[in-house]
Design a protein around this ligand. Structure first.
Ligand SMILES: [Zn+2]
Length: 104
């Protein structure tokens, strides 16, 4: 149980960090599709989503300033990462600030 709590704590921190730096978009009612994992790396924790796991695909639209064209990025996530992402997104709703530019 404590291992699990540790893991999810680490995931939570990772996701919060990615939200802050803009590596992950904030949750905002994107369309989401659930399905079996396909071995893709999770957008939240970079670990592959195995077939034994549930994969959530989040359709993230990036409105381009120039054209009417919108880029739709699909973000695969573990189910538990998805939950943490939704939670953390609501915590940092003021994500207008560009994170830390010098980050590797
Ligand atoms: Zn994950």
């Amino acid at each position: 149980m404590s291992d699990d709590a540790h893991a999810s704590q680490a995931h939570r921190r990772l996701i919060a960090e990615r939200l802050r730096t803009g590596a992950l978009p904030g949750y905002g009612g994107q369309r989401t599709f659930g399905g079996p994992g396909e071995g893709m790396p999770c957008a939240c924790c970079d670990e592959p989503i195995s077939r034994a796991d549930v994969q959530y695909d989040v359709d993230h639209r990036e409105a381009q300033q120039l054209a009417a064209a919108e880029q739709v990025r699909s973000l695969p996530m573990h189910l538990h990462c998805y939950r943490l992402w939704v939670e953390e997104s609501s915590h940092c709703s003021d994500r207008g600030q560009p994170g830390h530019p010098g980050q590797p």
